[in-house]
Structure formats: C-alpha cells, structure tokens
Design a protein around this ligand. Sequence first.
Ligand code: HGY
Ligand code: MN
Ligand code: MN
Length: 412
Amino acid sequence: MNNQSINPTRLLGRLAELGAIGRDPGGRLTRLAASDTEKAGRDRFAYWIEAAGLDIAIDRIGNVFGIWNPEGVADAAPLMLGSHIDTVIDAGIYDGCYGVLAGLEVIEALKEAGFSPSRPITVAAFTNEEGVRYAPDMMGSLVYSGGLDVDAALATVGTDGTVLGDELRRIGYAGNHEPGFLRPHAYIELHIEQGPVLEREGIALGAVENLQGISWQRVTIEGDANHAGTTPISMRRDAGHAAARVITFLRDRARASNTPTVATVGCMEFQPNAINVIPSRATFTVDLRDPDETRLKDEEAALAAFLETIAKEEDVAISVERLARFEPVQFDAGIVGAIETAARARDLTCRRMTSGAGHDAQMIARIAPSAMIFVPSKDGISHNPKEFTADGDLVDGANILLDVVRKLAGEG
Ligand code: HGY
Ligand code: MN
Ligand code: MN
C-alpha cells in the first residue's frame, strides 16, 4: 500500500481560507462567475499556484491552470486534475473548491516527496461551472473540450445583463491561451457527493462511473395584468396561476415515476409582481435530469405537451428558451478501477455510483479518459451553507486522488 499522504493542514487550511472569500456582510458565501468576489478567489488560487512553483496559464474563457512541468517530460500529454471555484448563491465551501485545492495539494505533495512523474501534471479551475450568472453551466470546461465556441461563450449575456467576455476582461482573467491548449492524457475530479448515498450506506468513497443528463429551459408565460379584486376568475389570463400548474405538473410527474428522474423550478419571476395585480408574465426555469437519455427526452416531450395544454386552458402565450442540454456521460472504466484499487489499498470502503450533479468531468470526458471520486456529504446537503464533509473524509479523498495520480503519472 502506498503510504504517502497529502498535507492535511495545508489542504484544510486553504479550504477554509478560500471559503472565507466572497462573503457578504450577512456572512453568505457567493462567488458567481467573473464577479469581484470570484476574482478574489481566483487571485488566491493563482497565488497558491505560483507559491507552489508551478507555471500558471489562463485561457480565453478564463480557465486557470497550475502546471507542473518537470524536466524531460514536457512533450508528454499532461495528467489533469481540477474542478471549479465559482459558487451558487449562499453556497457551501466545498463544492468545486475541494477538487481544485486537493488537485493542487496532490501536486505539491508529490513534488515535496521527490516523485518523478512520466508526464506533466496540471490542476484546473474551470470558469462558470455553476451557470448561475451565465448559462449554460460547466461553460469553461465545455468550451475547453470544444463543445461551445469560445467567442459565442464570451458573448453570453448574464442574468444581470453583463457580458461574460467584458467581465473576464474587467477582473483580469481574459487569458490568451486557446481553450484546449493542453490535451489531457486523463482527467480526474475529486468532489463532494452532494447527495445522501455514501453517508446513508456508511461508505467512505464513490468511484463515479457515469453522470446523468441535464436539460435546462427558461419558460415565459404571457397573460394579462388585471385587477385582483374586480376580475372574475373565469375572465383571467393569469400567467402566475399557469406557472403554478406547470410546477405542480413537473413535481407530480417526477414523484409518480419510479425512475431517478428529477425536476426543479429554481427561478421564478412575476411581472408586475404586485400584490393586487394578476400577473401578466411569469418567467421560470426548469431543470430536468435523468441518467437515461431516452427518459430525459420523454420528460422534455411531456413538458412541451403540457405547456401546449396550459396555453389553451389558461388562454396564455408560452415561449421556451433552451439554456443547456447535456446527454448522460459514461466515465473511463480503467480510471474507475484505479480508484477502487486505491481505496482497497488504503482499506477504505468504496462503491460505484452515478453523479446526480453536473461536473466539469462530464465535459473533459469528451477529450480525455475521465472519472470522478466522491466523498460523503453530511445529510446529503449541497448548494446550501450547511454543506459539510468531515475533515477525515476530505483527507481520505485527497489521498486516493494522490494514489491514482501516482499510478497514472507513474506509468511510462
Ligand atoms: O447544476 C449542477 O449540477 C452543477 O452544480 N453545476
Ligand atoms: Mn461542483
Ligand atoms: Mn455546484
């Protein structure tokens, strides 16, 4: 068994330090892509990269890379680690940041141990993984893997009316490397599970073998504003009520299906949003997910059919804008096997699993063999300040990442 370990104090200290960057006066943590608070997080990561003696590179979509290029292996394709450091609104401190900082930690620990890799090793922080300010999510890794044109991505208008390219320039992270400039030999992403499975089953690690498909849409329902007191129910074109029927339809359908299908309406806006005015417009987002592409397509078709029904029954006009659509992804069986072998060698329990959340790994899997390692999330909570993973689990996960990297970068 390999008994080298990462430096727990350094990793856990940096997680806490990065977790303190981007808090508002009420203590809420929010580092939306290309915002001032995210710039502060990027700057800290860049500082740690340079303090570790790594080369730093930034590409045109703002992806940040720390690169260990030991003598004599520069021509070999690099092993890539990474995740993201942007967050959702009122976030926890582990989502994404754990994978980036553990990747950096693994490189530093290997350097300090005098390990001679057969290839460069790089750690990436991908831009806009969360997709909260600019859709779609996983944007930086999607561009990096050739799934979205970089200029089209830079022209994306955010929920706040800003343009991503302008914001990246403003915060000083509009890099000059072409996305994809490093073609990874393999990619491994360490991440918190963000779900209840590992904790419920008392298992230390997840060897993630696949990731479910994601469909994001924005629905706009147009009715008529009218007086809340004088307008008979039968004469209303109530966009708010129509929207409520859609939310209930989605929840009832997902609950009734005996499949892993999930449906979420996370954003909702009424116009004119006044207590005594029947909403003339309702705008909301729909997040549909399923590990099976055919079922995901069926869910999208069922929603489209229901929207047609609602338009007639409620006498409203409905338009739909697609924001993101990613098919389910299978990860590399060889790397999944290496994760399981590393867990056994450290006497850590491990199970194969599907990722319910989207991750940069699903994009990099388009250009390189990829897989993920999960560690347990307390009560399965994430995208919430209560997000928590015990220090021991965080260190175990980072040590498994270290072992898998030694194996993949130790080969000739
Ligand atoms: O949406 C997701 O699953 C990821 O957190 N971006
Ligand atoms: Mn994440
Ligand atoms: Mn997330």
